[in-house]
Structure formats: structure tokens, C-alpha cells
Design a protein around this ligand. Structure first.
Ligand SMILES: Nc1ncnc2c1ncn2[C@@H]1O[C@H](COP(=O)(O)OP(=O)(O)OP(=O)(O)O)[C@@H](O)[C@H]1O
Ligand SMILES: [Mg+2]
Length: 290
């Protein structure tokens, strides 16, 4: 609203009628609360958040550029043959660290793209069974290294969704990576694909690790949120936020179950709508011709 002196204020208006006992309207009390300062604060916070997102996107982009030539240089060194075992070992360390850096920067880039609404899904029919299988294969080295036992349960019937295979693989492998990373060595990880009566399918990743304390459950999918002891885990706290955003883009949903009791672990479940199965021969036989 505009004040007589020309100042503009943001106000919250509450209008309440005053009625006689008979119900007759006598007048009204109109209360205007000046929230100009609060609104200014909110706008400043939103602007700071936008600036931060833009900064991170630019930073990720600039960091990504030199990584490709570094990878090429390491490949050239490998092909040229290592001068000594020490040189070979050093090159392998550089390669490992580079892979880690590429993953961090790619996650940052993805978060930036999703926040800016710039991600496009390359949709095609994706069989979830094969997808889960491939994701398990991707994390197998980490699972082995940590001495976990991973079990996999797939349904007999195919479960096909309309999705971007690479993005769905990212979803499942992020969950598996977390399970393998946060479960103490020698743990159990169970991955299951279930077809639901509702016409959907869900993928569950369960572990018997430390679980997630209840006070953290509600914001575990938020960007940069990490467990208290995980700041040295080598991640940025982007994995679950990417999972949630990618699943939502696929019209799915993700949920987490955990008691937070050590050893009772956590279960992450992602659910997707299934594509309608093409009519089987038996169905076709009863359809009218044409
Ligand atoms: N299976 C799990 N068991 C116990 N804690 C988990 C599990 N999965 C996730 N968490 C907790 O949730 C936090 C957020 O996970 P998220 O995947 O988003 O980030 P991150 O793993 O720390 O880093 P990034 O995935 O970016 O490398 C983790 O730091 C960890 O504390
Ligand atoms: Mg993670």
C-alpha cells in the first residue's frame, strides 16, 4: 500500500466483521500489519540463494573444463608406458582422484541444471530389472572393497517405465553407493524390484548400517545435507537431492525408512509409474477386429 507521504509498504491485511447479536453487520475491524522489513529480508535471502546457485553452476562449469585435458594427459602417459613402478603408482593415484573430482563436479553441474530447470530427459522404454542389474554392477567394486554381501531380488514379470536410462541408473547407483559407503564393512545390502498392484513398480535398497536419526529424516533429501559424521566421506551431500529431483522428473517418488537404531539400517524406496504393457496375444484375441 501507498502511504500519504508516498512510501510503499507491504502489509498483511486482516478484516473482521463486527456483528450485532441479531447478526446485523455493524462495521468491521481492519488490521494492517506492516511486514515491509520482513519482505525485504525474504527477498534478500532469495536473491542470495539465487546468486549462490549461479555461482556454484559457474564454478562447476569452470572446474569441469580442465578435467578433460588432464584425463587425456594421464591416458597418454599410460600408453607411453610408465618409466617405473613408482611412476605407474603415481599415475594411478592421479587417475583415481581425477575420477572422484569428475563425479563431484558432475553432481554439482546436475544440481545446477535441475535447479535452473535446464535438464532434459531422453525418454525411452526402460526395463527396470536390467537397470537394477547394471547399477549393482557399477557399485560392485565398492561393495567388494568393503566386504559387504549384496543380494538382489527381481520379479519374474518385466517392469518397464518411460524414462531416461542414464538418469535412472544415476538414481539407483547413488542409493547403492550410499548403502555401501555408510554401512560398516561386512554389512548386508538387499536390493529388490517389486511390481505393485497399483500399476507402478518400486526399487528398494536396504542396508543394515547405522541408519538415519529421526531428526535428520525430514531434510535428508535437501541439497548439501550430510550426516554428522560424514563431512569427511568425500561427498558434497548432493546424492540424495539428485535422487529426489530425478525421480520427481520421472513422475515418481522416493521415501526413506529408518529407525535410526545402529544395525537396523535404512531403506530407500523409489517408486515409478509403469508403462502400460502392450496387449498380449490372449488379450488381442478378444479385441474386436480393427
Ligand atoms: N544408506 C545410508 N545409511 C546411513 N546414512 C545414510 C545412507 N544414505 C544416506 N545417508 C546419510 O545421508 C546423507 C546425505 O546423503 P547424500 O547421498 O545426499 O550425500 P553424501 O553421500 O554425503 O554425498 P554425495 O552423495 O554427494 O557424494 C549422508 O551424508 C549420510 O549421512
Ligand atoms: Mg551419497
Amino acid at each position: 500500500m501507498e502511504r500519504p507521504d508516498g512510501r510503499h509498504l507491504t502489509v498483511l491485511a486482516h478484516a473482521n466483521p463486527i456483528c450485532a447479536e441479531t447478526g446485523e453487520l455493524l462495521g468491521a475491524v481492519n488490521v494492517l500489519v506492516d511486514i515491509t522489513e520482513r519482505k525485504r529480508g525474504e527477498d534478500a535471502l532469495q536473491k542470495a540463494d539465487r546468486n549462490k546457485n549461479e555461482f556454484l553452476a559457474t564454478l562447476a562449469h569452470e572446474l569441469r573444463n580442465p578435467l578433460a585435458p588432464i584425463a587425456n594427459a594421464l591416458e597418454v602417459m599410460k600408453r607411453a608406458g610408465d618409466a617405473s613402478p613408482v611412476a605407474a603408482e603415481s599415475r594411478e593415484i592421479a587417475e583415481r582422484q581425477l575420477r572422484h573430482m569428475v563425479r563431484l563436479v558432475d553432481d554439482l553441474l546436475d544440481v545446477g541444471r535441475i535447479t535452473a530447470g535446464k535438464i532434459t530427459l531422453d525418454l525411452q522404454p526402460v526395463a527396470l530389472g536390467g537397470l537394477v542389474h547394471d547399477a549393482v554392477e557399477m557399485v560392485a567394486p565398492l561393495v567388494d572393497q568393503r566386504g559387504h554381501v549384496l543380494t538382489l531380488a527381481l520379479p519374474d514379470a518385466p517392469a518397464v517405465v518411460s524414462g531416461d536410462r542414464a538418469r535412472l541408473l544415476q538414481v539407483v547407483s547413488n542409493l547403492l553407493n550410499n548403502a555401501a559407503r555408510y554401512t560398516p564393512p561386512g554389512g548386508r545390502i538387499h536390493v529388490e524390484l517389486r511390481i505393485l498392484d497399483s500399476g507402478g513398480a518400486e526399487i528398494s535398497v536396504r542396508d543394515n548400517g547405522p541408519g538415519i536419526p529421526s531428526h535428520q529424516l525430514k531434510d535428508i533429501f535437501n541439497i548439501f545435507v550430510q550426516g554428522e559424521h560424514n563431512s569427511e566421506s568425500g561427498g558434497l551431500g548432493l546424492g540424495l537431492s539428485l535422487v529426489q529431483q530425478l525421480v520427481t522428473l520421472h513422475r515418481g517418488a522416493v521415501s526413506v525408512f529408518s529407525t535410526g537404531q545402529p544395525g537396523e539400517g535404512s531403506e530407500f524406496v523409489v517408486r515409478f509409474p509403469l508403462m502400460r504393457a502392450p496387449p498380449s496375444d490372449a488379450d488381442r484375441a478378444v479385441l474386436p477386429p480393427g
